[in-house]
Ligand binder design. Sequence first.
Ligand SMILES: [Zn+2]
Length: 385
Amino acid sequence: MSSTLLTGIAELTTFATDGPDVLERAALVMEGSTVAWVGPEAEAPDADERVDLGGRAVIPGFVDSHSHLVFAGDRSAEFTARMAGEAYAAGGIRTTVAATRAATDEQLTAHVGRLVQEMRRQGTTTLEIKSGYGLTVRDEARSLAVAAQFTDETTFLGAHVVPEGDPAAYVELVTGPMLDAAAPYARWVDAFCETGAFDVDQARAVLEAGRAHGLRGRLHANQLGPGPGVRLAAELGLVAVDHCTYLDDADVDALRDSGTIATLLPGVEFSTRQPYPDARRLLDAGVRVAIASDCNPGSSFTSSLPFCVALAVREMGMTPTEAVRAATATGAAALDRDDVGVLEPGRRADLVVLDAPSHVHLAYRPGVPLVSSVWMGGRPLTPFS
Ligand SMILES: [Zn+2]
């Protein structure tokens, strides 16, 4: 197995289990696909190959734990209308559902491929992809089959919105034949627990049916207003509950006590002009916080975790280090992954080299393409693929 020594790292953000989050004038050795050594450059061991990064910063590859990449169609007109003052409503999803059902598997696969490439260029090395724009047995199963070509972290979200007809009958379909067809392609099951989507009993039924098929639960909750979804996630011991914009003190206590990660999605608040979730309140209460893109055509069509990091710092009260941790180490935890998100011996050598001396520049220089190179499994992605 060949080894590569990266030198000239002005600042190495590791989020190592033990030791400081950040090392200055550091080096890193990769052996095969894993990290073998990190430490001060002056103490670096020898390796087969040497790459001088010229004073750049290195961070773990971003882990985007929440995205909806399998879709077709364009909703830029809806965005324009919303920016002109129209309210955001969950029902806009239905326009994407119609376009997704009409698309071929090849069209869906090509579109997901383009978005994944876009993510890679911005430093995302691990991502989750949900279904949820098919909403029929056939279209949910094929959406997940497409997603599974790009990641192991696939999530069945048949309970995204009620497409038509009686909600109770639709939940029967989701927890019955649709789940049977989707489960072979999915690791996770999710539901949109919100007024206008699924109530808490329906969300519970979906998560429990998924669990009976071997799928682990995650939840969209408390995005558009207060509700019982976050406490359901805590009660069921889910690894993560996503959005968490409208929380009362009991919700915050429940998240802290259960250890359920609050995944915040600031691209949504940016794109819908809603109030941002209060990350500072959650962190100060001892809740673990992740951030993710929620990349989707309706409420957050960004694939950029650097942008989300900048928003988290500017709008949600996080420090730059907290925001980068939330998009790497805690994002990995939100997918229950202990092989990525951290740079220490034994982890996958997934990392991002920044054209900047420090990770702080991700927030300090918003909108600037700072990603110099991306390494996955110990190899540079050049050209990005
Ligand atoms: Zn979402």
